[in-house]
Design a protein around this ligand. Structure first.
Ligand code: ADP
Ligand code: MG
Length: 426
């Protein structure tokens, strides 16, 4: 089945062709006809399986013949980086059409955005905070919005975002199409989300689980040894591009500084940076100037960097769903990837849950002199592991070679029993 079957305008098909998409992914196959019909929809499909085009293509199609100059579609996402990425995808898929998109997020000049919004765009890709800013200033007209998309929808219903999302929705016409997309949708959030939809269809591709194309490895390690272990892995493993997650902004910053001192091409991405620095970091990581990016969870959702071969959880994520999203930055578009997670005594509860869920796909891995049996720690050690520089002991271990990336089909979905949310790590 090719994209021809959707009867998309030839100018839209030109965008599909430019991006080299040969055939639709399962979520695209199911969602595009329903979105084209105008149905409200909850689209759940694993990370990296093409959810963006599943909503962008029918949105473009819907507005091909309509007058220009009014905002007709609004896409909301949790991070500036994801809003920007979706805006870029719209530009590429719609490059032959006359439809125009704008990204609306904070940290950059609001005046440029105001100029852009004056009758010049049909599609907005926004973060909630700056969008509300525009609403309050009266610098955006959302009264003609026909389609609302919440990307990373479950996250948009988290307490951090929900009040803003509610306010925004009040400014939209009641008669509209609403589309929710995510790789995860916990049951308690699902009922909240359903309130926003009218007579919706739910599409679920596979289970809301980590993608099949990723191999999972846990390293039991003491807090103070993490940096030494990371350096050892970076040295001995063949890697293309590595995304390292830390729990806090300051840990991302100091870990990147340490890796930089060890001669790695590394950059950090976290919320304490200016937007300009955030952009430089992600751009540099995308184009290969930096081999390693150390980031907080702002890089966990939606970000699509094709070259990431390894995700390393230097600090354990807070939930099983957060794990799914983080490791979903690798193994995208049917490529393979590796996910390494450092597990300390504080992380045992979530580690056990993940082990239960992933079963044989998850292996514990030991490195002589660096990993150790973990015991539940009584007090939480929040101080960054920055004292371990000289703690590394020499040991002999054969260098690992990276598995040859295998092409796997998009249809190869995970059938594991990823059905519940694990509790957060203690
Ligand atoms: P998701 O939102 O599901 O995590 P994305 O929409 O970010 O995934 O897409 C992941 C990657 O797959 C992107 O690089 C995108 O360009 C690519 N992609 C999307 N659809 C197709 C397709 N039909 N064929 C090949 N690649 C695709
Ligand atoms: Mg996405």
């Amino acid at each position: 089945m090719s994209f021809q079957k959707f009867e998309l305008h030839e100018k839209i098909l030109a965008g599909v062709q430019m991006l080299g998409y040969q055939k639709p992914t399962p979520i695209q196959l199911q969602a595009i006809p329903l979105v084209t019909e105008g149905r409200d929809l909850m689209g759940l499909a694993q990370t990296g399986t093409g959810k963006t085009a599943a909503f962008v293509l029918p949105i473009l199609q819907r507005f091909m013949e309509k007058p220009l100059g009014r905002i007709r579609a609004l896409i909301i996402a949790p991070t500036r980086e994801l809003s920007e990425q979706t805006h870029e995808a719209i530009k590429q898929l719609g490059h032959k059409t006359k439809l125009r998109s704008a990204a609306v997020y904070g940290g950059v000049s609001i005046h440029n955005q105001i100029n852009r919004l004056r009758g010049n765009v049909e599609i907005i890709s926004a973060c909630p905070g700056r969008l509300l800013d525009h609403i309050e200033r009266g610098t955006i007209d959302l009264s003609h919005v026909e389609v609302l998309v919440l990307d990373e929808a479950d996250h948009m219903f988290d307490m951090g975002f929900l009040p803003d999302v509610r306010k925004i929705v009040k400014h939209l016409p009641k008669k509209r199409q609403t589309l929710l997309f995510s790789a995860t949708m916990p049951d308690d959030v699902k009922s909240l989300a359903m309130d926003l939809l009218q007579n919706p269809v739910t599409i679920q591709i596979g289970h809301t689980a980590p993608v099949m194309t990723v191999a999972h490895r846990f390293y039991p390690v003491q807090m103070g040894i993490k940096t030494a272990l990371l350096k050892d892995i970076l040295e001995k493993t063949e890697m293309e591009s590595v995304l390292v997650f830390t729990r806090t902004k300051s840990r991302a910053k100091s870990l990147a500084m340490q890796l930089d001192k060890s001669g790695h091409k590394v950059i950090s991405l976290h919320g304490n940076l200016t937007q300009q620095k955030r952009k430089q970091a992600l751009d540099g990581f995308r184009d290969g100037r930096y081999e390693i990016m150390v980031a907080t969870d702002i890089a966990a959702r939606g970000i699509d960097v094709t070259r990431i071969s390894h995700v390393i959880n230097y600090d354990m994520p807070s939930t099983a769903d957060a794990y799914t999203h983080r490791i979903g930055r690798t193994g995208r578009a049917s490529k393979t990837g590796d996910a390494f997670t450092f597990v300390t005594g504080d992380d045992l509860a979530l580690a056990h849950s993940l082990k239960r869920i992933l079963g044989e796909k998850l292996q514990y891995h030991n490195v002589a002199g660096l990993t150790s049996e973990i015991q539940k720690s009584s007090s939480k050690n929040n101080s960054p592991d920055m004292k371990s520089r000289n703690q590394r002991r020499p040991f002999a271990r054969p260098a690992q070679t990276r598995r040859k990336p295998k092409q796997r089909s998009f249809g190869n979905t995970n059938r594991s029993s990823w059905s519940h949310r694990a509790p957060s790590a203690a």
